[in-house]
Design a protein around this ligand. Structure first.
Ligand code: AMP
Length: 219
């Protein structure tokens, strides 16, 4: 089973991808995390990627495609996976089709998460994350128990470099220009289901269960 989760930055695609992984018992592959790992390893590829990420630009296709190919090679393909943050343009969509064809696999569902620009800016500018364990907080809606320290591991929380307002607005523009057009490709194949990015957490779970059930992906 292969599920893609597409949506503008801060639409909650990561939360949804994780829930789908839990509901379907399949791994979640997060392109942004793969890139952030490459950056923290400090190798040349990662440093090159960071320049684009800090500006809110897409990292060049050949770099992301080869990182994803590496990750998929190490993944047990038997049950499938959820893909969060890939593809983000037409060339990546074509590369993904090829990777799946090579493995005799097909996309079952493309979840398109939609949210208003202002809601995105508000959510992302208050987002803080733990550099050590990856836990994510929101200073108003899901604050850490102790001032800006991670509940899980106590590390000092950080604001991602690309979660500053001007970069957020640029990332939204890049999404509209590069990523939105590929939704049409998947719509033609009848794979797209839209979901609001502005639902409370219990409603997200309920709606996802319904979508996956209707698609025959869970019982
Ligand atoms: P995300 O965590 O999904 O918001 O991704 C953070 C940043 O990583 C993006 O703003 C891009 O700079 C980069 N990125 C993530 N996925 C991709 C991708 N599929 N293609 C190019 N750049 C990406």
């Amino acid at each position: 089973m292969i599920v893609l989760v597409l949506g503008p930055p801060g639409s909650g695609k990561g939360t949804r991808a994780k829930m789908i992984g839990q509901l379907c018992h399949i791994p979640v592959v997060v392109m942004g995390d793969i890139l952030r790992e490459a950056v923290s390893e400090g190798e040349e590829m990662g440093l090159r990627a960071k320049e684009f990420m800090d500006r809110g630009e897409l990292v060049p296709d050949e770099l992301v495609i080869s990182l994803l190919e590496n990750r998929l090679r190490r993944l047990d393909f038997s049950r499938g996976f959820v893909l969060d943050g890939f593809p983000r343009n037409l060339r990546q969509a074509e590369a993904l089709d090829q990777m799946l064809r090579d493995r005799g696999a097909e996309i079952d569902l493309v979840l398109s998460v939609v949210a208003r620009d202002d809601a995105i800016v508000e959510r992302l500018s208050l987002r803080r994350s733990c550099p050590r364990c990856g836990a994510v907080y929101h200073l108003r809606d899901k604050p850490p128990r102790r001032d800006e320290a991670c509940d899980e591991c106590g590390s000092r929380l950080i604001q991602r470099d690309d979660d500053r307002e001007e970069v957020i607005r640029h990332r939204i523009m890049v999404y509209n220009r590069e990523t939105k057009p590929i939704l049409e490709r998947y719509m033609e194949r009848g794979k797209v289901v839209e979901m609001s990015g502005e639902l409370p957490i219990d409603k997200i779970h309920e709606e996802l269960r319904y979508i996956l059930f209707k698609k025959g992906l869970i019982q």
